[in-house]
Design a protein. Structure first.
Length: 358
């Protein structure tokens, strides 16, 4: 099975490159635009005896103004500022090819894998409880840094049992998702943290809602049949129509979980949730799937998130591992998860729709 699919962003999407752009050397804000510049070219146009420390202390905007240089002459790319204009010191960078944003196939495949795992565990809770019991025993024998490592590994343990311990034993080896084609534009998006009023907004590069690109999805049925006995996990076969249904079920559950957990949602956020539910319904009726990818989905976007909240053993494990600990007060939140990232206008982050093409 090989499909070319259209990928459309339903809300702003940020898939981080791991880098941050800074106002010291990477960008200036001009009206409602953020201009990302070639810093080395600016340096080449400054007096040769100018101390580097002076350049860094003032920031690229101040340097351009002082020496009457035009940011347009040094532009790498630009983007609209989505949100109120304010002083911006850093922007988390979106992954790109050249200067064009795209969505990695690994992000899409990871979201599909998450949905299939959730769907399986929803009807096989005994596996989840057994894994929680094993993790609790391990946590009781650990201290300090080792507990931090266990927290990182907790999700892996359950995935190994369901899908296999190595790539060669994993049914998802049969599913391949290409990187998307490039999107036309980026925005600089102001992101707030719901229920954390003291935290200042953060800024990320993101693909705006309503943008489209394409990608390819293939499912190797021959590989699945040939390796049926080699797959070491409990899920040993994938059928694409069923996978789409599972992804859409997962998305509906995630949206319901957000409404249940956060009573202080703005009207804008509630309208966003209603829009996403309509998109899921249309995907169910006409084919395709709605999924959450990239950064900003929070704990509720993770497979074990919603399932674990109903398990008493998870609360004990959470307390033991310090999951939900405030970095400011060092206290473990009683109401977990407590926070949710939304755009400054109140839209959720990371929602896309995949629709079959030719």
């Amino acid at each position: 099975m090989n499909l070319r699919m259209e990928l459309r962003t339903l809300t702003p999407v940020h898939v981080g490159s791991g880098n941050k752009l800074t106002s010291t050397a990477d960008f200036v804000v001009a009206g409602n635009r953020v201009i990302v510049v070639h810093f080395e070219r600016i340096i080449a146009n400054l007096p040769r005896d100018m101390p580097y420390s002076e350049i860094l202390s003032g920031g690229v905007g101040e340097v351009l103004s002082k020496y009457r240089l035009n940011a347009e002459d040094f532009k790498r790319y630009e983007m609209e500022l989505f949100g109120q204009r304010r002083r911006i010191s850093a922007i988390s960078e979106h992954i790109k090819q050249g200067n064009k944003p795209y969505i990695p196939g690994s992000s899409v495949k990871g979201a599909i894998r998450t949905a299939v795992l959730w769907y399986f565990l929803r009807d096989n809770r005994e596996i989840l409880r057994r894994t929680l019991g094993n993790l609790l025993q391990k946590a009781s024998r650990m201290h300090g840094g080792r507990k931090k490592e266990l927290k990182k590994q907790a999700d892996d343990e359950i995935q190994y049992e369901i899908f296999g311990k190595t790539p060669h034993e994993d049914i998802f080896r049969a599913l391949k998702v290409s990187d998307s084609s490039n999107f036309r534009r980026l925005q600089c998006i102001s992101v707030s943290v719901l229920n954390a009023p003291r935290l200042p907004p953060m800024f990320v590069e993101g693909i705006p809602a309503g943008e489209t690109a394409s990608l390819d999805i293939s499912l190797d049925e021959c590989l699945m049949k040939e390796n049926m006995k080699k797959w070491s996990g409990k899920v040993r076969e994938l059928e694409f129509g069923e996978v789409q249904e599972q992804v859409n079920e997962f998305s509906k559950e995630m949206l319901s979980a957000i409404e249940r957990r956060f009573s202080s949602l703005s009207n804008r956020t509630r309208n966003c949730i209603r829009m996403l539910r309509r998109e899921v319904k249309e995907a169910e009726e006409s084919g395709g799937m709605v999924l959450n990818i990239g950064w900003g989905g929070g704990f509720l976007s993770k497979t074990l998130g919603r399932l674990l909240l109903h398990e008493e053993m998870f609360e004990r494990l959470r307390q033991s591992l310090g999951i939900g600990r405030s970095p400011r007060t060092r206290r473990i939140s009683e109401n977990f998860p407590k926070t949710l990232r939304v755009t400054e206008r109140g839209d959720l982050l990371g929602w896309v729709r995949l629709k079959g093409g030719d």
